[in-house]
Design a protein around this ligand. Structure first.
Ligand code: PLP
Length: 439
C-alpha cells in the first residue's frame, strides 16, 4: 500500500532508481530508453555531469532566497541568456515553477496590461480547440481538451475557441498552405469581430501543438497571418512553448521558424530539462513598460519564483545545449527519426500520419487510412501502446486527443537532444515492434 496519491492510483508503477544518458533503470536493473523525455522534458537526457555540478555549486552558495527580498546572480544570468536569444523584444523574463504557472502568469499579465493602459473591457481570451495549456483553472479554461475540462466546467472562466492548424485533418484537397493559413486567420478575425475587438485581450496558441494531438506543426505562413489579425485588432499574441520551446524543434524558440515574435511566450519543460522544476514567461518591452510606468507592480507571484537552484540547473542546461551545438543535432536526428518511422510504418494500415519538427514527432493512429476514422476509443490504443512499449524498454508519451468529439490516438516521441544516429534507429526498432505487436 502506498501513501502517495498517484495521478492514476490503479496503475502499478515501476520504481526508477537510476538514470544515465538516454536511459532510466528500474529496481530489477531493466533499462528504458527515454524516447519522450518523460513528457518532452528531459532534453539533455539523464545524469548530465555539468548540470549536476551547477546544481551542487548553487546549493552550496544559496539554495533559495525569496524573490521579494533578493535576486541572485544565477537568476539574472538566466534571464539575460533567454532575453538575448528570444525573438522580437521579449526582454523581460518572469520565472515560475512549471508550465501551468507560466500560462497563468501570461493570462494575468495580458489582462493587467489592458487594465493599466485604460482598456479594461478587454477580458476575453481566444484559444484553439486542439490545445493544452495546463491543468490549473485559468490554463484549463483556455485549453481545448474536452476530456480534461469536462468535470471542472462550472469552475472555469469563459474562453473562446477557434480551429487549430491541423493540416492532416482539416486542410482541404487542393488548398495550398497559404490558403489554409488564410482561412484559419479569417476564422480568428471573425471570432474577434463577433466578440468585439475592444473586448478581446489575447489569442493563445501552442506554436507546435503537443499534448492533445500528437504534435501539430503549423503550415507555412499560419502564424504570420495570425500575427497580422492580432495586430489589426490590438489583440495580444501569446505563444505557449512550454513543450515546443527550448530547442525541441531545432530552434531555441519554436516560433523563430515561423518568422514572427509573440507579445508573450511561455516556456518550461526543456528549460530545466527535469533537473529542477522551472518555467518562465517572457514579455515584450511594451507590456513590461506599461506595468512599470503604470501601477509599478505585477499583481501575481509564487513562493518559488526565481528559485536559485532551479535557475542554476536551467542555465547549465541551456549552456550545454549551446556549447555542444545540440540544436543542429536536433535537426539532423529529427529528420532521421521521421524518415525511419516512415520507412518502417509509413504503409501500416493504422498509421494515419507521421509528422513533427526537430525532435518533436507525433504519430497519429486511425482505424482506416482512407477516411481517417479514429480507432474505437474504448480500446484506449494509446494507453495500451504505452504499456507495451514499457515492456519493450521504451518510454513514449501517449495521448488521446479530440477529433470532432471522438478521442483519437496519438503517440509523441521527444528523444533527448544528445541522441546518436544509432540511438534513433534503436528507438524506431522498439517503437515499430511495439506498434506491430498490437495493430
Ligand atoms: N502548456 C503546454 C503546451 C504543455 O504541453 C503543458 C504540459 O504538458 C503545459 C502548458 C502545462 O505544464 P505543466 O505540466 O508544467 O504545468
Amino acid at each position: 500500500m502506498t501513501h502517495v496519491f498517484h495521478r492514476n492510483p490503479r496503475q502499478t508503477l515501476e520504481f526508477a532508481v537510476r538514470s544515465e544518458g538516454i536511459r532510466l533503470f528500474d529496481r530489477q536493473g531493466r533499462g528504458y530508453i527515454d524516447a519522450s523525455g518523460g513528457a518532452a522534458v528531459s532534453c539533455l537526457g539523464h545524469g548530465h555531469p555539468d548540470v549536476i555540478a551547477a546544481v551542487k555549486k548553487q546549493l552550496d552558495e544559496v539554495a533559495y532566497a525569496h524573490s521579494s527580498f533578493f535576486t541572485t546572480q544565477v537568476c539574472e544570468d538566466l534571464a539575460d541568456f533567454l532575453a538575448q536569444r528570444a525573438p522580437g523584444d521579449l526582454n523581460h523574463v518572469y520565472f515560475v515553477s512549471g508550465g501551468s504557472e507560466a500560462v497563468e502568469a501570461a493570462l494575468k499579465l495580458a489582462r493587467q496590461y489592458f487594465v493599466e493602459i485604460g482598456q479594461p473591457s478587454r477580458r476575453h481570451f481566444i484559444a484553439r480547440r486542439q490545445s493544452y495549456h495546463g491543468n490549473t483553472l485559468g490554463a484549463l479554461a483556455i485549453g481545448g481538451n474536452a476530456w480534461r475540462r469536462e468535470p471542472f466546467l462550472p469552475l472555469l472562466v469563459e474562453a473562446h475557441h477557434v480551429s487549430p492548424c491541423y493540416a492532416y485533418r482539416d486542410q482541404q484537397p487542393g488548398e495550398t498552405d497559404e490558403q489554409y493559413a488564410q482561412r484559419l486567420a479569417d476564422e480568428l478575425e471573425a471570432k474577434i469581430l463577433e466578440l468585439g475587438p475592444q473586448n478581446v485581450a489575447a489569442f493563445v496558441a501552442e506554436t507546435v501543438v503537443g499534448a492533445t494531438a500528437g504534435v501539430l506543426p503549423p503550415v507555412r505562413t499560419y502564424f504570420q497571418r495570425i500575427r497580422e489579425v492580432c495586430d489589426r485588432h490590438g489583440v495580444l499574441l501569446i505563444l505557449d512553448e512550454v513543450m515546443s520551446g527550448m530547442g525541441r524543434t531545432g530552434r531555441l524558440f519554436a516560433c523563430e521558424e515561423d518568422g514572427i515574435a509573440p507579445d508573450i511566450v511561455t516556456i518550461a519543460k526543456g528549460l530545466g530539462a527535469g533537473y529542477q522544476p522551472i518555467g518562465a514567461m517572457l514579455a515584450s518591452s511594451r507590456i513590461y513598460d506599461a506595468i512599470v510606468q503604470g501601477s509599478g507592480f505585477f499583481q501575481h507571484g509564487h513562493t518559488y519564483m526565481g528559485h536559485a537552484t532551479a535557475c542554476a540547473a536551467a542555465l547549465a542546461v541551456q549552456q550545454v545545449i549551446e556549447r555542444d551545438d545540440l540544436l543542429q543535432n536536433v535537426l539532423n536526428r529529427g529528420e532521421q527519426l521521421r524518415a525511419a518511422l516512415r520507412r518502417e510504418l509509413g504503409e501500416h494500415p493504422n498509421v494515419g500520419d507521421i509528422r513533427g519538427r526537430g525532435l518533436f514527432v507525433g504519430v497519429e493512429f486511425v482505424a482506416d487510412r482512407a477516411d481517417k476514422r479514429a480507432l474505437d476509443p474504448k480500446l484506449r490504443t494509446h494507453a495500451v501502446l504505452k504499456k507495451r512499449a514499457m515492456e519493450n524498454g521504451l518510454m513514449m508519451y501517449p495521448m488521446g486527443g479530440t477529433i470532432d468529439g471522438v478521442r483519437g490516438d496519438h503517440v509523441l516521441l521527444a528523444p533527448p537532444f544528445i541522441c546518436t544516429a544509432d540511438d534513433i534507429e534503436e528507438i524506431v526498432a522498439r517503437f515499430t515492434e511495439t506498434v506491430r505487436g498490437l495493430l
